[in-house]
Ligand binder design. Structure first.
Ligand code: P6P
Length: 339
């Protein structure tokens, strides 16, 4: 008889990892899992129910078209988190400013969340996996009052927990609280996330590199030299390029199989495209906890001191040996100094 461990059971069982834990983080993670099940339901019928596909006609803070499912997912997570009363507020990719929940329970909570409710949503119409990415911090502002912007502008190394949900051939929730990484697959027949990938470790090396080659001409000479090395290979172990344009899908694959994901800065995007608070930092926390590494090219991703909610950062993330090689490559290649 195979024993099933649900997400709720796992969270409660591992609550001991947090001395003096009062169960708030456990309930917060369960609130996220609940919202994820609802988003799963909508994402998985997107092909059938046309009115939730397509665009809303709005443009978000990122200057990107807001799709109906982006808005839907954002509303679901914000509602679940506010009603759960276990976090003081949320910084969402879909909202220009952070949201401080006003009810007493939320004001008394010690956590805040940064979230990308539905990352890669432009892929939904063509059935490519999309995801939710979240990052949990202990607030730095005083309790029993609304949270402040400073609560969200903490370096990634201060995260209490981080995770993602990938809505793909199956829906999985992968998270860490700083004690390793565990993956849970949603069993729709019982409506529970069940432990399917305990203690995930990313292989120290892999044969996958993930980058949007369209931007090649805009990369620095050093990044180009590294990509040329990946493509041409120094021996028969040349790498394979795998890139679906959905960060959660690309990093989830590399987490399980080994590989490096690169979103470099370019001549027209000096800080790259991906957002530090709710894409780079949570993914970096997870990958480091799985034994990998993540860098902006000049510093460890988790050491970056944020100054803005939606700031972007270049990211090179994945297998430890591959990221190390990339960083050494940056230093070692005999290229003219960047201006
Ligand atoms: P590009 C999706 O829009 C996203 O934010 C990430 O999920 C993904 O890794 C990246 O952008 C893809 O960007 O420029 O390659 O289309």
């Amino acid at each position: 008889m195979v024993s099933i461990t649900t997400l709720d059971e796992f969270i409660i069982r591992n609550q001991y990892e947090f001395p003096y834990s009062t169960g708030e983080l456990s309930r917060l993670l369960r609130d996220i899992g609940f919202a994820a099940k609802i988003v799963h339901r909508e994402v998985n019928k997107a092909g059938l129910v046309a009115e939730i596909l397509g665009k809303t006609g709005q443009i978000n803070i990122q200057g990107e078209e807001v799709r109906k499912l982006d808005s839907y997912a954002n509303e679901r997570f914000l509602t679940a988190l506010e009603h759960g009363g276990e976090c003081a507020g949320v910084a969402s990719e879909e909202n220009e400013d952070f949201i401080a929940f006003s009810d007493e329970n939320s004001r008394n909570s010690k956590y805040v969340i940064a979230i990308d409710p539905l990352d890669g949503s432009s892929n939904i119409d063509v059935n490519v996996s999309v995801g939710t990415i979240f990052s949990i911090y202990r607030r730095t502002s005083k309790m029993f009052s609304p949270c402040l912007k400073e609560d969200f502008l903490q370096p990634g190394k201060a995260q209490t927990a981080a995770g993602y949900i990938i809505y793909g051939s199956s829906t999985m929730l992968v998270y860490t609280t700083g004690h390793g990484v565990n993956g849970f697959t949603l069993d729709p027949s019982i409506g529970e996330f069940c432990l399917s990938h305990p203690s995930i470790k990313i292989p120290s090396h892999g044969n996958i590199f993930s980058v949007n080659y369209y931007n090649y001409s805009k990369f620095s000479d050093r990044v180009k030299a590294y990509l040329d090395h990946c493509r041409d290979g120094e021996n028969s172990s040349s790498l394979s390029l795998r890139y679906v344009g959905s960060m959660v899908a690309d990093i989830h694959r590399n987490l399980l199989r080994g590989g490096i994901f690169l979103y470099p800065k370019t001549s027209d995007s000096p800080n790259g495209k991906l957002r530090l608070l709710y894409e780079c930092n949570p993914m970096a926390f997870i990958v480091e906890q799985a034994g990998g590494a993540s860098s902006s090219g000049t510093e460890r991703t988790l050491d970056i001191q944020p100054t803005e909610l939606h700031q972007r950062a270049p990211i090179y993330i994945g297998s430890y040996n591959m990221v190390s090689k990339f960083l050494n490559f940056l230093k070692d290649t005999k290229e003219p100094e960047e201006e």
